[in-house]
Design a protein around this ligand. Sequence first.
Ligand code: NAI
Ligand code: MG
Length: 364
Amino acid sequence: SQAGEPAVLLLPGDGIGPEVVEAARRVLEAAAHAHGLRIRFDEVLIGGAAIDQAGDPLPEATLEKARRARAVLLGAVGGPAWDDLPVDRRPEKGLLRLRQALGLFANIRPLPGFVAAYGRSPLKPELLRGVDLVVVRELTGGLYYGPRARRALEEGGEEAYDTLLYRTHEIERVARVAFDLARTRRPVGQRRVASIDKANVLTSSQLWRETVRRVAADYPDVTLEHLYVDNAAMQLVRDPGRFDVLLTGNLFGDILSDEAAALAGSLGVLPSASLGGPVPLFEPVHGSAPDLAGRGVANPVGTILSAALLFRYALGHEAAAAMIERAVEQALADGARTADLAGEGEGALATEEMTAAILERLRV
Ligand code: NAI
Ligand code: MG
């Protein structure tokens, strides 16, 4: 292996995963080439494809290769072929185990303005003006990982509980990701973090709020505001342009990031990054779209924009990241649309044609 050539591990996965990952690989390679950079690609199985071949949604060999890579680019996992398996052996478990093994505690979902503008947003265009936000969601703690139980009651019926538990260090490290991110996005004077909690009701939210406030003291150039989650949900549809970085725990982030995604109008255009460990993971927000798989019509933009995030956050190569984003924006501005974005009677591009439209617009 060549020193200085970053290794990117491709995990195409299931359904449309292989189609959109191949599109993104071509764009990664072209943008790297334009900047005199070479990337070494390797590709292994995950999810249903890995279950079929190796009986495990995350074979040891896949995890080992992920640990040695500079970054991982994933398509999607899952589909009807594996729906009858028990929860613990399903394709999705492979992805959860991978995120956990890599220690990826911060999930980042940007909603760039151009994606909202050219998507099929349910919001009026004037409401979308100025939208350019990113949700930073804590990914490995909180309600989804706290102590839980379910048991029968003597008097009949059952009881069940989950626990929303956060420790100071878990809040602190994800807050730092959010504030560091805010510093890279906007000039001084316009940097904002909105921390989301329910501190009027939840003790864990009080710790969240105090900890975030303490971290904020190290970032005097970033303005911090605290919002209750119910108010944040309302503001996201009433005035999304007011947000820059939204910082949330696991549960609230799961819900709010899907709400933010809905503002874009199609799942097919949204990228994500999972950070925090030594090897970051990049993937589109959408799933394996079994209804589209194998037809060559899936929108590759979410995965291609994930490749841009890979340049930005894994390789530290802002110029290549920006080049990809400009090419996607230009292609959309020129009317390039896959079926999920095309209006009635508009000609829709196939995955390969959309990819070609973006490749043609990659310019230094
Ligand atoms: P989905 O995201 O796969 O599909 C939802 C809808 O969006 C479908 O109508 C689909 O055609 C459309 N869509 C998704 N991606 C698109 C793209 N790139 N271009 C155009 N249209 C697109 O979610 P769904 O249907 O709930 O789940 C399908 C399978 O994917 C399930 O097995 C689920 O478990 C899995 N899944 C995997 C995820 C992952 O790997 N991270 C995330 C979400 C679901
Ligand atoms: Mg979700």
